[in-house]
Design a protein around this ligand. Structure first.
Ligand code: UD1
Length: 358
């Protein structure tokens, strides 16, 4: 109020998969966005001076006036000096915090890097926010915070047991949630909404933006998409001897655009809420690896090759959520089917067989 600073929402990790789709939703609602991303896990432009390809493409999706509301700052969300500049220049109404390392296997090899970046960086972000009286945050959490569910524990609700995480990556999400909960308890000015994503897949319907993992994809759908464009020979299916409908793992896949809309829904309710809140974002529907492969093959128009391998250590048989709390309190439900997830992913992958760079 009374400030002539430009207002906006700060989006950490805004050049990443879920971040970029959320930036589109924000701009389409005419919300100015300040993206901070150090580009360690996103594709940078060859020319340092240029916007990262994903942000250039976002400008193609939204209208020119909305595109002007997009600002990019290259840097880390835990860089206090940079945050100082950002909070001084812009009137930030809320922070949507996607930034962080996210590879399960890597986190087991380099736990300190994960704790330092994800947890340490978030502490610095919180302290900078506090200094500038920015006390609204939407945190990018994960279904991985839940303790391994038995068959009677499904679907997972926000009240299900958390902790006992199986890797440092998951622990960082769990620890950050706890830090934010304690913060909100101690300081009643804070409102934090932590969104626990199930399995985000798909791409924007334009085919302009999508998931562009560096190296060999860890997750199922980007791997299948690379098999479809023949960058990979076949899919390795990690086990077909689980207690599931066809023996392969079952997950709650959710379209990334639905997920992105979960963030704008959360942003809308932030001013009406206080304290710390968690919500599951998923469809509540479980789909197996073989089913996903079949659906994707149908979209591509041919059967995709696979081999059955050993189970991946740490994998669970079945995960799916009860997303009714998000519906009740955020007015959010996933609307897109598994077929649409496959269609949109294929649109992006076939238009961009090698990702953002030719
Ligand atoms: C993984 C991460 C989780 C993270 C989530 C993000 C692990 C152990 N867990 O969960 O922490 O939050 O991604 O979406 O990595 N599969 C194959 N072949 C592949 C890849 C996957 O068969 O090449 C199977 C898996 O065994 C699983 C299913 O596909 O049954 C989904 O795997 P994935 O996409 O990696 O997601 P999650 O295991 O649910």
């Amino acid at each position: 109020m009374g400030s002539d600073k430009e207002q906006g929402v700060l989006v950490t990790g805004g050049a990443g998969f879920i971040g970029s789709h959320t930036v589109v939703e924000l701009l389409e609602r005419n919300v100015p966005v300040i993206v901070i991303d150090n580009m360690t896990n996103a594709t940078a432009s060859k020319d340092e001076e240029e916007l990262p390809p994903v942000l250039q493409r976002i400008k193609k999706i939204v209208n020119p006036q909305q595109g002007e509301k997009l600002h990019f700052i290259k840097g880390s969300f835990g860089d206090v000096e940079l945050l100082e500049k950002i909070f001084t220049k812009y009137a930030i109404s809320a922070v949507i915090h996607f930034g962080g390392f996210k590879a399960v296997g890597e986190s087991k090899e380099l736990p300190m890097m994960y704790y330092s970046n994800n947890v340490g960086g978030t502490l610095k972000l919180i302290q900078s926010m506090q200094k500038h009286n920015v006390t609204n945050m939407i945190f990018s959490s994960s279904a991985t915070v839940y303790s391994a569910p038995g068959p009677d524990d499904l679907p997972l609700s926000e009240k299900s047991l958390t902790g006992s995480c199986t890797c440092p990556y998951a622990s960082t999400k769990f620890f950050i949630e706890n830090i934010l909960r304690d913060l909100c308890y101690a300081d009643k000015n804070w409102t934090v909404i932590s969104l626990r994503y199930f399995n985000p897949v798909g791409a924007h319907a334009s085919g302009e933006i999508g998931e562009d993992p560096k190296g060999i994809p860890n997750n199922l759908m980007p791997f299948i998409a690379q098999v479809a464009v023949k960058r990979r020979e076949h899919l390795n299916i990690y086990g077909n001897d689980y207690q599931t409908k066809d023996g392969t793992g079952v997950r709650d896949y959710v379209h990334v655009v639905d997920l992105a809309k979960g963030h704008t829904a959360a942003l809308d309710v932030l001013p009406k809420k206080n304290g710390f809140h968690t919500y599951n974002l998923g469809t509540g529907i479980g789909t197996s690896v073989l089913e996903m492969l079949k659906y994707f093959g149908e979209v591509v128009g041919r059967e995709l090759p696979y081999k059955i391998c050993d189970r991946r250590p740490g994998d669970l048989a079945v995960m799916y959520c009860d997303a009714s709390l998000a519906e009740k309190e955020l007015g959010w439900t996933a609307t897109k089917s598994v077929k649409e997830m496959c269609e949109d992913l294929w649109k992006f992958q076939s238009k961009n067989p090698n990702g953002y760079l030719p």
